[in-house]
Design a binder for this molecule. Structure first.
Ligand code: ZN
Ligand code: ZN
Length: 325
């Protein structure tokens, strides 16, 4: 998994749009207006979402709408509990009603019909500017918009708090994680929580919380494994397992992993070290660039997302170089 930072610029752009879209859908243009005469939602011809009960609409003050779009994950989880409790305290209102209305507004209208069909996914992906899957760092998630109007290429957006359990958070910025199709599919069937699992917008220490390593089975057979970096905190390993990364990465044991091990042991006295330290030696090429040229990866954590396998290969190379014999 890759830490995504705060992404304040993307958040700012996204919230300007998503807050007004929600405001108009919940309250209608007569009641909701952000005051900006250029706002396409408040001054457009969008209508209130039909089929929601008034008690449900009343839960959403302007500040609740704003928070639902912009709050960090811990607060989003609180908001879910607060609004749900408030709604079911009204006589006759049930949890199922709440979830059904949330699904109608935030998932069906909001995420599916607005965010995806109106290609807001391309726009948000562009703002976030992430090049590989946040969860696996194994697939590129390039953006290519087909100008002819057909299907282009765009990352999927995984809802970290799944939209089946938390439909209220269907449009929340910090709940939309750019990812590949494989990871999105795996995540959709697994329930994540902030105590046991890493969140790419919360945990700043993601890359140091687990490590790629390997288990030698024979000279030509090595098994890629994951190791925890702490004896007391298993969040890293639990997250990796929940994302099914050990299985997803299994196929790379005989390919990329074996290549690195061969460079270390098979060819000469630590050819891996020679490659990194001596190749381009006379050209004075910085270390980061050498890693990119030789292994096709980024060396710095904050750039891991730019190249697939950056964390995987960096961890393995580090381990191989630390072995003396
Ligand atoms: Zn507006
Ligand atoms: Zn992925």
């Amino acid at each position: 998994m890759i830490y995504l930072g705060d992404q304040f610029n993307a958040l700012n752009e996204y919230s300007k749009v998503a807050v007004c879209w929600l405001g108009v859908k919940l309250k209608g243009r007569n009641t909701y207006n952000c005051g900006d005469s250029t706002c396409v939602f408040c001054n457009g011809n969008g209508k209130k979402r039909s089929g929601l009960d008034q008690d449900f609409r009343n839960l959403f003050t302007d500040s609740v709408i704003h928070e639902l779009v912009t709050a960090k994950p811990i607060r989003l989880f609180q908001l879910h509990n607060i609004l749900l409790t408030e709604y079911v305290s009204i006589p006759g209102k049930t949890v199922n009603n709440f979830k059904r209305y949330c699904k109608l507004l935030f998932v069906d209208s909001g995420y599916t019909n607005w965010f995806l069909k109106e290609k807001k996914n391309y726009w948000l992906a562009n703002l976030l500017d992430q090049h590989t899957c946040t969860y696996c760092n194994r697939e590129y998630i390039f953006i290519y918009k087909n100008k002819a109007g057909g299907k282009g290429m765009v990352p999927q957006f995984d809802h970290w708090f799944a939209k089946t359990d938390y439909p209220l958070l269907g449009l929340s910025f910090y709940n939309l994680i750019p990812s590949c199709a494989t990871c999105n599919a795996i995540k959709s069937t697994t329930t994540f929580n902030l105590v046991d699992h890493l969140h790419p917008y919360v945990d700043t220490n993601i890359s140091s919380s687990y490590m790629f390593s390997y288990l030698p089975i024979s000279v030509t057979n090595n098994q890629l494994i994951f190791k925890n970096n702490s004896l007391f905190n298993f969040k890293g390993l639990d997250t990796v397992s929940a994302l099914n990364l050990p299985l997803i990465y299994e196929g790379h044991s005989t390919k990329e992993l074996q290549d690195l091990i061969d460079l270390r042991y098979k060819y000469s006295d630590n050819y891996l070290n020679i490659l990194l330290e001596k190749t381009f030696g006379h050209l004075d090429i910085p270390k980061e660039e050498r890693y990119r040229l030789i292994f096709g990866i980024e060396l710095e954590e904050e750039k891991y997302h730019k190249r697939i396998f950056s964390k995987f290969k960096n961890d393995i190379i580090k381990e191989l170089l630390s072995i003396n014999n």
